[in-house]
Design a protein around this ligand. Structure first.
Ligand code: NDP
Length: 333
């Protein structure tokens, strides 16, 4: 019988508490055994709450645990590189949160360290693992919408207190909507269209409670090959609007309502010459698929749902949006 993958959490985070620990422990091939936190009290309380055997405040000691096979990194973004490189050097497989890092160079160093160590590296962009988005991609790829001419992503949310902590006030973490939401849009659009954008322009605003010029309301326009234009509306300033996806082709349109959350929910509709009809989706927790695919990659029978290269590409695109917004110019990619 194959030994279970033993996981350690790097970061006593909200997402590990609310989603990832359940998805890892819910996989019969996996078990979360430890957590690394910079704060002894927070780490110990977290380990107790999630029923983890061990908590550490020393990263080297955490990684030296011979029982550990894989780590899930969900600290704030500026820490990902140092932790991922250390994990790779310790021979641990790595599932790292998005954005992989704050700069493309930093993300590349993660990819190089993983490659050199021969460990699996996955990026936790979850949207392409949602059944709703998989259904949309299938419709796009089937050709039934004709030639796709335009699309819109409305990732319009607000931030509850527990998420707002660093996202609105700490520039050192890569705070703001671009590295939080636009980066997800980029992974999703690459997944939908099987292509990378060729140009971006945009505007961004610091409003609401954001500080230090952190952008909490951003609109970017992306040109994809074959005359396809996409607008991404990413905002932390929308408490009641809901999220939206629209893809328009010459023979039909597909839309997704409420499908950009972490919780699997919402509906997908197609409109064409025959009228409008809902595409029934059997919603599943996207992170479960992330873990299943990651385990297959470790076992040598598959690849991560979102690879390190995918994570790097989404980051590069989000950073290009930042340049476009800061310079007021269109960035050619
Ligand atoms: P949190 O703010 O919950 O946690 C980040 C770090 O903050 C933790 O590692 C912890 O440090 C510290 N921390 C946690 N709680 C407190 C507290 N009450 N007071 C002081 N410090 C605290 O981060 P998120 O879970 O929101 O995000 C973590 C990462 O996951 C980010 O990279 C983010 O982009 C990504 N993310 C991805 C999502 C996805 O769907 N793929 C969704 C949400 C987030 P320590 O570990 O040292 O204890």
């Amino acid at each position: 019988m194959t030994k279970k993958l033993r996981w350690g959490l790097i970061g006593a985070s909200n997402i590990a508490r609310e989603w990832m620990t359940a998805s890892i422990n819910g996989n019969p091939d996996c078990e979360v055994v430890s957590v690394y936190s910079r704060d002894a009290e927070r780490g110990a309380a977290y380990a107790k709450e999630l029923n983890l055997a061990r908590s550490f405040i020393d990263l080297a000691a955490f990684l030296a645990d011979p029982e550990l096979d894989a780590v899930y990194i969900s600290t704030t973004n500026e820490k990902h590189e140092q932790e991922a490189v250390a994990a790779a050097k310790a021979g641990k497989h790595i599932l790292c949160e998005k954005p992989l890092a704050l700069t493309a160079e930093s993300a590349r160093r993660i990819l190089e360290a993983a490659k050199e160590a021969g460990v699996v590296l996955g990026t936790n962009h979850h949207l392409r693992n949602m059944e709703s988005h998989r259904a949309i991609r299938d419709v796009i790829q089937s050709g039934q919408l004709g030639k796709i001419t335009s699309a819109r992503i409305g990732f319009t949310v607000d931030l509850p207190e527990k998420l707002a902590r660093w996202r609105l006030n700490d520039p050192t973490t890569g705070a703001g909507v671009i590295l939080d939401l636009t980066v997800h849009d980029m992974d999703l659009l690459r997944y939908y269209f099987g292509a990378d954008p060729i140009a971006v322009t945009g505007m961004g605003i610091t409003s609401g409670n954001a500080q230090h010029g952190i952008k909490d309301n951003v609109m970017t326009i992306w040109q994809f090959p074959d005359d396809l234009l996409v607008v991404c509306q990413d905002s932390f300033m929308v408490p009641f609007g809901g999220t939206a996806v629209e893809i328009h082709g010459t023979k039909g349109s597909i839309s997704g309502d409420g499908i950009l959350w972490q919780k699997p929910q919402g509906r997908v509709d197609v409109s064409d010459a025959q009228g409008s009809h809902e595409i029934r989706v059997r919603h599943l927790v996207p992170y479960d698929r992330t873990i299943t695919d990651f385990v297959a990659a470790v076992r040598g029978t598959g690849v991560p749902s979102v690879t390190g290269e995918d994570g790097l590409r989404a980051l590069e695109l989000a950073l290009a949006a930042t340049v476009a917004i800061e310079t007021g110019k269109t960035v050619r990619l």
